[in-house]
Structures are given as structure tokens and as C-alpha cells.
Design a protein around this ligand. Sequence first.
Ligand code: NAD
Length: 279
Amino acid sequence: MANVPSLALNDGTSIPQLGYGVFKVPPADTERAVAEALEVGYRHIDTAAIYGNEEGVGAAVAASGLARDELFVTTKLWNDRHDGDEPHAAIRESLDRLGLERVDLYLVHWPTPAKDNYVHAWEKLIEIRDAGLTRSIGVSNHLVPHLERIVAATGVVPAVNQIELHPAYQQREITGWAAANDVRIESWGPLGQGKYDLFGAEPVAAAAAAHGKTPAQAVLRWHLQKGFIVFPKSVRRERLEENLDVFGFELSDAEMAAIDAMDPGDGSGRVSSHPDDVD
Ligand code: NAD
């Protein structure tokens, strides 16, 4: 079984650096896919209320026989539940669907800045953590001004910020802020969601060939060596195994630098929604 390292979070907890993300895993397939992921050796699952598949995650976890403290489960508060006491209702519904008494990490999924209610949502996540319904709290898709505002308002620094991040879109402003403020970065879409020719790009193909690994493994290795947390998605067992088999080799400084240079630096490498456009 793969020896996935754990990273310390700023609240004294820790997180397995590699997990399995279930965005777009159809609800009817989720129990099987997560069961396979657990069999193959994954111990960290990233889901969200909006994915519609928390029940499948919970069923696979329950059937696995694994002790609760061997597993790390993340879920997320959806955008239409930021106001009033809705976040409390939302986490209880997620926990019911997951069949858990608490999650390990609960995230504000998007800041929805047009609604100007992300500070309130963050205040509610702090209450939810203090009530013991999640061990850690964090955010997703938050830009630096959003991060600065929630910290200024509450004094509580999120444990993680989960953002779109892959070689063509490296989000250096946010990663710099996170490093300076002891916030871990989780890379979503770590393989670019298959939306551009990442695997055929010369720096990736060359690094993969040099180590006898696949391009996907080279890219995941790049994330891990940058210190990012990743949870690539696949519903195929052989890819689940491939994506976990990334701990027996190391990219050189030159290989890392060549992949670092793949971001054009103008934001054009983004493959999904901009946080300002999501509500
Ligand atoms: P990803 O970059 O992990 O890409 C997934 C695609 O890559 C799949 O279509 C799969 O077929 C392909 N793939 C996976 N392994 C492969 C391999 N070894 N070789 C070749 N192709 C392979 O994209 P993602 O699923 O969007 O991101 C991963 C996780 O991040 C999600 O499942 C979810 O948990 C999380 N996420 C979060 C947000 C957010 O707003 N917070 C948004 C999107 C995704």
C-alpha cells in the first residue's frame, strides 16, 4: 500500500497529501468507485454537497470496515447556504448523508462575492468547528482579498484554500499569500481536468520518460513536491492505482523548473470558472 505522507495543518491536525476527489462521479457509481479507492489504498476523500454523491461516499466508508481515524473526509458548503443559520443545517444534512458524526475538513465552496456573504459563512464555519462537527475548516476558490477579509473579520486563518491549480495555471499570488500565512493549498483540477494537452507538453512528457512514469504521475509528483495537496479523480481502477503510485521517485530541480515555466503568467491557463463569476 502506498505510503502517502501527511501534512500538518495550521490548527494542529494533519491531512494525507494525496486523496481521491469525486467531482462528477455519478451518484450511482460512487459507492463502487470509493470502495475501490479505499481498497487500492486511498484514505482521503474529497466530496461536496453539490456533487450529489455524499451518500455513496458514506456507504463505501461504512462498508470498508476502516476505523474512523484512518480516514480523512472533506465536504463543502454550497453557495446557496451561506446565509443565516443555513450552514448549520447544511453540515448536519451532509453528515447524515455521509453517515458520519463529523468530517475532517469542511470548506466554504465558493466565496460568491456578488452576494457579499462569505464573511458570514466563514463565521458559521468557525461555530461548526467549535461544535465538533468538523475537525478543521477551510475555504475554496477564495482570492487574496477574500482571504484577507475573512481573517481580518474573525482572526481565524483557514487551514486550506482549495483552488484550481495545474501547470498552466499556478495561481502564484494565492500560493504566495498562503505560504506567508501558513495556509495549505489544495490543487483542484490537478490534471487540468483533461481540458488541455498537459500530458503531451514537453516538460511533462520529458519528466515522465526520464523516470519511467506516466505523464499523469509526473504532474502529480510536481504538485506533491510543490507542497500542494491533490485528489485526482478517476473512476477506473487502473488509474486510481496509477495516481497513487507517485511516491517512489522524485523530479529533479530542473524538471520542476521546466514544469514551473509552463504557466503563461496571464491567467489564460485557467480551465474552469473564475471565483468572481460564480454565485
Ligand atoms: P482532474 O484534474 O483530477 O481531472 C480528472 C480527469 O483526468 C478525469 O476526466 C480523468 O479521466 C482524467 N484522469 C485521471 N487520472 C488520469 C490518469 N492517470 N491518466 C490520464 N487521465 C487521467 O479534475 P477534477 O476531478 O476536476 O479535480 C479533482 C478533484 O478536485 C475533484 O474530483 C474534486 O474533488 C475537486 N474539485 C474541487 C473544485 C472546487 O471548486 N473546490 C472544483 C473542481 C474539482
